[in-house]
Design a protein around this ligand. Structure first.
Ligand code: SF4
Length: 123
């Protein structure tokens, strides 16, 4: 799955299928905005307020969903406190600036994103 960009009246949603870990938060939280199992358009930014779209992006553990204002303004910003959460069935979700093997993973630009998940962790 590749990258998609969908422009709404106030918000642009970016989806990067390479990052998606199929946790399904988006389609379960707002199946009207992220419509599951349809052919064609499945992302509908105008079915939610900008604040609701931002909340959906924050709930995407992998950073596959990101959003920005139609004027290019950033909607997401760094949290005051970095967090790491163990998600159901083991993925570890970071919300923090992160560097792995020398490659920055957080708080950069659309595509690098402020969220990141590691799918396979051995404890
Ligand atoms: S919430 Fe993010 S990681 Fe989960 S299915 Fe949706 S796009 Fe993929």
């Amino acid at each position: 799955m590749s990258r998609e960009t969908v422009r709404g009246a106030a918000v642009i949603i970016h989806f990067d299928g390479r990052l998606c870990i199929h946790s399904r938060h988006c389609v379960l939280d707002r199946p009207d905005v992220f419509v599951p199992n349809v052919k064609g358009a499945w992302i509908h930014p105008d079915r939610a307020t900008p604040a609701e779209v931002l909340e959906l992006a924050h709930n995407c553990p992998s950073g596959a969903i990101q959003c920005e204002g139609v004027d290019g303004s950033a909607m997401e910003s760094a949290q005051l406190v970095n967090t790491v959460r163990v998600r159901e069935n083991g993925p570890v979700a970071f919300r923090a600036p992160l560097t792995i093997d020398g490659r920055p993973q957080g708080y950069l630009t659309i595509g690098d994103g402020p969220r990141f998940s590691l799918a396979k962790i051995s404890w």
